[in-house]
Design a binder for this molecule. Structure first.
Ligand code: BTN
Length: 330
């Protein structure tokens, strides 16, 4: 969904992070100052950190780089841009994954991309929610079709690897992977991946790969996150990389991964996954529904299963699905 014209125009004027007086804004938009005040309130409700100072006007806490389709596409190699069949950018959407799952059901081809500046019902793994604030991160989904379900084994782990590659190319150092596919920085969550698969006739399937990456989360949105989190602003000491460039890097890496995943599979990525793995040798708790298993992380198998050293119970392997992993406090 696009913002109504006045709200979007106001946002574009405020995007420079400078003060703008209520009367200047009202004049530019040809609305009353009360209308400006109402529009500001609507933007704040979407997580934007906007303040009003008497005598100076309104200002965003920091400049905002809006997502831009042309800039994103211009940042792609020719082969990557050929693999993108459609690129949608929404101001606001319930969930980019939900949107693409719907498009997949309607027959959309591989390479459809959906981005949202703000999600009102962002979804995470295991029924969790994913919090976002307008312009504060990247909410990206990509649709890809496969001839057979077996071809996607381990794909969510491989996606973790290519996110780390993209981050490294953007100058972000120190990120690590947590099984099965969280991206952490100093044990705090920086990005998450939600893969959704819809089966079709003859073993074909459509996969929607959803990536949420925190770039600069204002406190209001962050308050709702129920786990340790971080964003690229903290990681990069107050100078996060450009969001448009990050999206280009992610799409470049993702499309390259997907184009030949059926032939190469997880085995082409698993060694790199292990290099980024942040928890080998750590005592953990693995939860699946009501079940809790404790052990020490021994590694990840070639198939992407978590290998836990469960002491007297020996080495055990766990598939992803609805398992979550927390560092053992005991
Ligand atoms: C997780 O860590 O639990 C996965 C989070 C995935 C969030 C992204 S944001 C873009 C896409 N749309 C959604 O509703 N979820 C994914």
């Amino acid at each position: 969904m696009e913002f109504p014209a006045h709200r979007k125009s106001l946002l574009k004027m405020l995007a420079d992070g400078r003060f703008h007086s209520g009367s200047d804004l009202a004049e530019a938009l040809t609305v009353s100052r009360t209308a400006v005040w109402n529009l500001v309130r609507e933007l704040k409700e979407r997580g934007l950190d906007l303040s009003a100072v008497s005598g100076k006007g309104y200002r965003l806490a920091w400049p905002l780089e809006l997502l831009d389709g042309e800039t994103i596409l211009a940042g792609l190699s020719q082969s990557a841009s050929q693999r993108i069949s459609a690129l949608e950018i929404h101001d606001e959407l319930d969930s980019t994954n939900t949107r693409l799952m719907g498009m997949a059901a309607g027959g959309a081809p591989s390479g459809a991309v959906c981005l949202a500046e703000h999600q009102t019902a962002g979804r995470g793994r295991i029924g969790r929610t994913w919090q976002s604030a307008y312009g504060g991160g990247i909410c990206l989904s990509l649709l890809w079709r496969f001839e057979e379900q077996a071809a996607i084994a381990g794909l969510s782990l491989a996606v973790g690897v290519v996110i780390l590659r993209a981050l490294q190319q953007a100058g972000v150092e120190g990120a690590a992977l947590k099984w099965p596919n969280d991206v952490l920085w100093r044990e705090r969550k920086l990005a998450g991946i939600l893969l959704e698969v819809s089966g079709e006739a003859h073993g074909r399937c459509a996969v929607v790969i959803g990536i949420g990456l925190n770039v600069r989360l204002p406190g209001q949105a962050a308050e709702k996150i129920d786990q340790a989190w971080t964003d690229l602003n903290q990681v990069a000491g107050g100078a996060p990389p450009s969001r448009n460039r990050l999206v280009s890097l992610l799409l470049e890496e993702l499309t390259r991964l997907l184009a030949d995943y059926p032939e190469r599979g997880l085995r082409a990525y698993i060694e790199e996954w292990r290099r980024w793995h942040g928890h080998v040798g750590r005592a953990v708790e693995l939860r699946s529904g009501n079940r809790i298993v404790r052990g020490v992380v021994a590694g990840v198998s070639d198939d992407g299963l978590l290998i836990l050293d469960c002491g007297r119970d020996g080495m055990r392997e766990f598939a992803s699905g609805d398992l979550s992993l927390r560092l053992d406090q005991g």
